[in-house]
Ligand binder design. Structure first.
Ligand code: LLP
Length: 418
């Protein structure tokens, strides 16, 4: 995948737009996305899966900006949502409910009703009580809700503990050994139609081998269900394909496609996948400005105007994001090993620790790479910092696809003074 950032005449650009221009016009901190990068990712995945009966449902939790949803919808993707709010976003971006799958371990009756009213394509159900509730909600509307059960295959995705989901001890899915029981139950429920299974074993998988193990189990379950007389005509293979954050080699999507082909492609099922990070992770950047360089007793701190409320991944998952200066060869003395930290009142507020850095001057701009997935979507108003803007770059132009929140907007929901 070709990088969408490069130094041109000594200044870092994304596609053909200088980061400095974005900072000047929109301010910092700001998220910057490359439309060409995201499009190239989608096309690459589509090409790798060519010839297989696979549809792509973009997991919008990774980056649910309306412009990003619209971009992928325009390329032909359906959407994978996990809340009423995400469904509302998809609809607002012009995606019909019939192209949306509703996943998630704790859907409310209201969310189910909203999804049914929107003509949702499929509910991925994660427990027996959820299946019963879905049946009730659908009955109250006089419809039959299309459902899949999410099975837990007990496969170790070998990723960070906070984002692994396919082990028995995780809260996700239904033990795959109980699949037949669930299909039998569904057969007694008049208002759900269960003909599908889904699986998702975790996020940021850097090795595709666990997919093979999971899909083989899915295949086994499909065959036994059919033997027991049940119809299974669709399998949702989940998301989780990892991307490189530090220059290490990412998984090859051709290998992933090969696994799909070897394990489930001949089952005469429609297949779908739910990638999030793969499509957007490397195609977004977090642009922030250096406020101060502070010489602590033990180390040097580069204090920037972006913080853990804007990008929480380093704090929450010890995630590594490459950091580069916007000026190719900034003037000044070598900074050596630095901690890059934000203004928030917590020692956990860092974007990088012990990072080797060249010269970095107060007032200069730095870019955290690979911030397109689980960046802006996980931001908060902590320390009463307004949500930062998001910008979409296309060729030599860019547009603000979320403007900076004002103080008034941040305070608008509170009524404590009356
Ligand atoms: N499908 C399901 C059921 C999921 O739970 C997820 C992600 C996806 C698809 C998309 O996974 P992806 O292709 O993006 O790996 N905030 C964490 C990642 C959390 C992932 C949650 N589920 C991070 O920043 O690394």
């Amino acid at each position: 995948m070709s990088e969408q950032v490069s130094y041109q005449d000594g200044a870092l650009h994304v596609e053909r737009v200088p980061f400095a221009r974005i900072a000047e016009e929109v301010g910092t901190p700001v998220y910057v996305y490359s439309a060409s990068g995201m499009t190239a990712r989608y096309r690459a995945l589509e090409a790798a899966l060519e010839g297989l009966p696979v549809s792509i449902y973009y997991a919008i939790k990774a980056n649910s900006n309306l412009a990003v949803i619209k971009l992928f919808a325009g390329l032909g993707a359906g959407m994978d949502v996990v809340s009423g709010g995400e469904l509302a976003r998809s609809l607002r971006a012009g995606v019909p409910g019939s192209k949306v799958v509703f996943a998630g371990v704790g859907k409310t009756a209201e969310e189910m009703a909203f999804a049914i009213d929107s003509g949702i394509h499929q509910f991925n159900v994660e427990s027996e009580p959820e299946l019963r509730l879905l049946n009730e909600v659908a009955a109250s509307k006089g419809v039959v809700a299309p459902a899949a059960i999410r099975v837990n295959p007990d496969v170790d995705a070998k990723t960070h503990a906070k984002i692994t989901t396919g082990r028995k001890e995780n809260k996700f899915g239904i033990d795959i050994a109980r699949a037949t029981e669930m299909f039998e139950l569904a057969a007694t429920l008049k208002n759900v139609s269960l003909r599908s299974m889904s699986v998702h074993i975790g996020s940021q998988l850097m090795d595709v081998a666990p997919y093979r193990a999971a899909y083989e189990r899915l295949r086994g379950a499909t065959l036994s269900l059919r033997q027991a007389g049940h119809v299974v005509d669709h399998l949702d293979l989940g998301g989780g394909i990892g991307v490189s954050y530090d220059g290490s080699t990412p998984p090859d999507i051709a290998d992933y496609a090969e696994i799909v082909k070897d394990t489930v492609a001949d089952l005469d099922c429609r297949l779908s996948i739910e990638p999030g990070r793969y499509l957007v992770g490397n195609e977004g950047y977090f642009l922030t400005r250096v406020l101060f360089v502070k010489h602590g007793a033990e180390r040097r701190f580069v204090i920037v105007d972006g913080a853990m409320n804007d990008l929480i991944r380093p704090t929450l998952y010890e995630a590594h994001h490459e950091i580069v200066t916007v000026e190719e060869s900034p003037a000044g003395e070598e900074a050596g090993l630095v901690d890059i930290v934000g203004p928030i009142c917590e020692s956990g507020d860092y974007l990088a620790r012990g990072r080797k850095f060249g010269a970095v001057a107060e007032g200069s701009l730095v870019v955290l790479k690979s911030a397109g997935a689980y960046g802006a979507v996980m931001s908060s108003n902590y320390n009463s910092r307004p949500l930062c803007p998001e910008v979409l770059v296309e060729g030599d132009s860019f547009r603000v696809v979320r403007r900076r929140q004002s103080f008034d907007e941040m305070l608008a929901l509170e009524e404590g003074l009356s």
